[in-house]
Ligand binder design. Sequence first.
Ligand SMILES: CCCCCCCC/C=C\CCCCCCCCCCC/C=C/C(=O)SCCNC(=O)CCNC(=O)[C@H](O)C(C)(C)COP(=O)(O)OP(=O)(O)OC[C@H]1O[C@@H](n2cnc3c(N)ncnc32)[C@H](O)[C@@H]1OP(=O)(O)O
Ligand code: FAD
Length: 680
Amino acid sequence: MSSSSKPNLPVTNAVNGPPNADLVRERGAASFPVRDLTYLVYGGQERTEHLERIANMVASDPVFRKTDRFFLSRTEQYRRSLEKVRHYKELIAKHNLHSELDQQDLRQAIDEDLPIGLHVGMFIPTIVGQGTDEQQKKWLPLARAYKIIGTYAQTELGHGSFIRGLETVATYDKSTQEFVLNSPTLTATKWWPGALGKTSTHCVVFARLVISDRECGVHPFMVQLRSLENHEPLKGITVGDIGPKFAYETMDNGFLRFDHVRIPRDHMLMRFAQVAADGTYSTPPHSKVSYATMVFMRAYIIGTASSTLAKAVTIAVRYSCVRKQFPLRSGEPEQQILNYQNQQAALFPLLATAYAFHFTGNYIRQMYSDFVRGMRAQDFSVLPEMHATSAGLKSLTTWIASAGIETCRASCGGHGYSKLSGLPSLYANYIPACTYEGDNTVMCFQLARYLLKLYGKAQAKPGLRLPGNVSYLEKSTLLDERCDASTEELWLDPARQLHAYRNRALRLVANCANRLVAEMQKGKDEVLAVEAIKSDMVKVAKAHSYYVVLNNFVNAIEQLRASGTSTPILRVLKTLCDLFALHFIQADLGDFLEYGYLSSLHTEPLHAQIRRLLEAIRPDAVALVDAFNFTDHALGSALGVHNGRVYETLFEWAQQEPLNKTQVAPGYHEYIKPFLLAKM
Ligand SMILES: CCCCCCCC/C=C\CCCCCCCCCCC/C=C/C(=O)SCCNC(=O)CCNC(=O)[C@H](O)C(C)(C)COP(=O)(O)OP(=O)(O)OC[C@H]1O[C@@H](n2cnc3c(N)ncnc32)[C@H](O)[C@@H]1OP(=O)(O)O
Ligand SMILES: Cc1cc2nc3c(=O)[nH]c(=O)nc-3n(C[C@H](O)[C@H](O)[C@H](O)COP(=O)(O)OP(=O)(O)OC[C@H]3O[C@@H](n4cnc5c(N)ncnc54)[C@H](O)[C@@H]3O)c2cc1C
């Protein structure tokens, strides 16, 4: 064989050999029935088995392969994701997966940021939410059959967060009953929308409506961008890809400019605001109703924080079980790194958080359905609560999940830095969730503003009843109460845990409110006074959101207990809930100590209880990540493979590296050989 054409490496088929003995042993020693916990997470046996059928179908289909993704160029990755989209459509037809839920399950199993994500996640929901019945009748069948592909084009080069600052204009021309879309400045260029660059034929554009020189605010318009015959951009439209990003290579985030593009009057989505033929403008019933798709997506993102973090933790826990470093004493076998307390302290709180966020996802889904039901009956009263709660939870969950993935990566040592661990790409593709659908900090201001308002109302009107999650704002006497968890046992009391979180949230809200008043007393108007408390507002929003997450976890366990869930499952969930509660007090201890809510009388038993919880979780750690039930395809990680054959898999996957295609390095003749062979 020619030494330069083939690698001199053993061809292994070792990835499929017998499973790692440590993993087998740990799985055999779980204290609870793993399968039952899986059913609990996914909504029952039938649903779990359905999801498994879809996941296995995807995992065994070569079109959906992921293992070579790191060796593809950006263009190849984009093409590959289009191939996956085509195949996704073929599978829907072949297996009769026509329901929304089946298609969602299939996309979830494919597990890639496909360039139809925005079509499904924002374009169609915006038509459903903002279109009139006629508009829905016209566009929904086309969109659902993928006869048109759309996206959500709101953000511009110059503005993302400040929606009222958008510059794209839609001027109504009464004489032709058309809107004229225009990008008057460079900064008016739409910039970032997913799938806008190369894939979409249509989009919903957010533009400022102008009628006879009157500004009517930002509204959504349906615009065709490309020919349905040959995909060329239509006249007056400049569109393309925004170029390389941190990751997200499969997605053609795009730019878009309009040069006086005309669209018919009925292309403004007019469910809530209308422009009549003569130019008469009817205002929407709520000024922010056109922002509803963002609220929907924020709720969706909260739900995905759990599964994303769960993937990272699955990889890190399985690997930490297989990986061994150092004997404790010489002559003894080396320890699994998962036995080290520091490794447990890094990973188990994240494991607990993945379960906590699962229940937060259920909660926000329910809240969102109630909100939609109200909206259909023209009741917008829940909108402020829905907006504020989802804004805060979106921020907290994405921040924690992002940082958590990085913690998992670092806890896998050197192999965590290999892309083959799956963790770098999980991280890089996930972190924009802290920015898109509302920059997290900006979203925190929304929740803090809402809490400050309610607190002010409750102060002004004693006896006022506030909605469930914020009802603690009524009780200013809570501020005088102190923690009484002076033993390890007392720290396991959910009422005491919740008391601590409520007290911290109320104290931060009250402090913020007092500071606001103080700033105004110094002579600032309200706007400038708010500017002076902004970093505290972020803390307020996080504190409240932590409370909401914990409250839901505690309530969920109570409901499971009431519905007869078995003791071993309840026990392990309670341990996770305790660890979640205590870990995040420990992480923000300063907040609790600063105002004397806690003292060293309480912190010692707190730390001791956390150590006990880590020990309690250790024997179940593998079973707890197994219960998430990810296929190897979904994890895409040599370190997280279910059979634990980590080293075999790493070795085999590395053989695909293009540099290994030849024995002699490309560039050797030009750059290495000359100095190696140069005369001394
Ligand atoms: C529900 C779960 C269901 C699960 C079902 C699953 C089905 C899933 C199906 C499909 C999924 C497909 C998968 C898709 C995968 C895609 C991957 C993700 C891709 C990411 C795509 C990203 C897209 C984007 O980023 S789109 C652009 C997003 N942009 C933003 O978010 C901008 C952020 N800025 C704002 O939201 C606002 O401008 C603002 C809130 C910061 C301020 O607004 P402004 O107009 O300036 O208002 P202001 O004067 O400050 O406030 C006035 C009052 O209005 C209140 N308010 C503001 N916004 C809202 C709102 N949205 N709702 C209600 N009220 C609002 C504000 O609080 C003020 O109230 P006040 O009482 O006067 O104080
Ligand atoms: C991967 C990705 C996909 C995206 N997909 C889409 C899409 O499909 N459609 C779409 O329309 N958009 C999309 N976006 C755009 C996204 O929604 C915006 O980037 C996001 O809303 C943040 O807005 P911005 O970029 O204007 O940030 P900025 O608002 O400029 O934020 C920059 C910094 O300023 C701070 N800041 C901003 N305002 C204030 C304030 N009032 N007070 C204090 N601090 C402030 C922020 O906290 C942040 O730290 C996408 C973005 C990314 C990264």
